[in-house]
Design a protein. Structure first.
Length: 211
């Protein structure tokens, strides 16, 4: 009896590595992230905000910077059902989407929302004021950032950049991470099929024929 060998094409015939490289987390008895043990190092010596910063690839922050990161993440968590990502997620849940699907819809929206926020970084918003956040930041962080921004969200992003989150991927992940709990809570409060509770005419829709 003979066995047929699978056909070898130009992709299969290439000289490829035999293992998948791990750049952040490795598992050798227990998980280590960027070289740190989750329980022995991170859980023992850092709070959640500091741990999230380290998991995203930034260096461990000194205590004052850790407090500033905690404040920044709390500020960046601000969102509500009036924002498109949560609105879309809860609407999909009303239409019968499973929780995992509603979360996926919302996460896509959160990513786009955060991306737009990064694109306008440095442009002050008329809706927020950073004076309260700035007053809460440790003096060393204030001195490192220089002058205060007039926008609370942009000040929070500046704190994360100062703490080591330099890339767009890191910042997008941080913003989505802290907005996810509010989105999940809103989804959890929705009754599937509950379209009677949805304000269908707010705002009024204007139908226009396509040209």
């Amino acid at each position: 009896m003979t066995t047929r060998q699978p056909p070898i094409g130009p992709v299969e015939a290439g000289n490829w590595p035999s293992t998948l490289a791990a750049h952040a987390a490795t598992e050798a008895g227990h998980v280590r992230v960027h070289g740190y043990s989750l329980l022995e190092d991170l859980a023992r010596h850092y709070d959640f905000a500091e741990t999230a910063l380290i998991l995203l690839g930034a260096p461990p922050p000194p205590p004052e910077l850790g407090r500033a990161v905690n404040l920044a993440l709390i500020v960046l968590s601000a969102t509500s059902v009036q924002d498109a990502p949560i609105h879309a997620a809860t609407l999909s849940r009303r239409c019968g989407a499973a929780p995992r699907a509603a979360l996926a819809v919302g996460l896509l929206g959160l990513t786009e929302q955060a991306s737009e926020q990064l694109d306008v970084e440095g442009t002050p918003s008329a809706e927020t004021n950073a004076s309260e956040l700035w007053a809460l930041l440790p003096r060393a962080v204030q001195e490192a950032l220089g002058s205060p921004s007039s926008d609370e969200q942009q000040t929070a992003l500046a704190v994360l950049r100062h703490a080591g989150l330099k890339s767009r991927t890191q910042l997008l992940a941080a913003v989505c991470m802290v907005r996810l709990p509010i989105m999940a809570a809103e989804i959890n409060a929705i009754r599937p099929g509950g379209l009677r509770d949805y304000p269908m005419q707010v705002p009024d829709y204007v139908y226009e024929e396509s040209k």
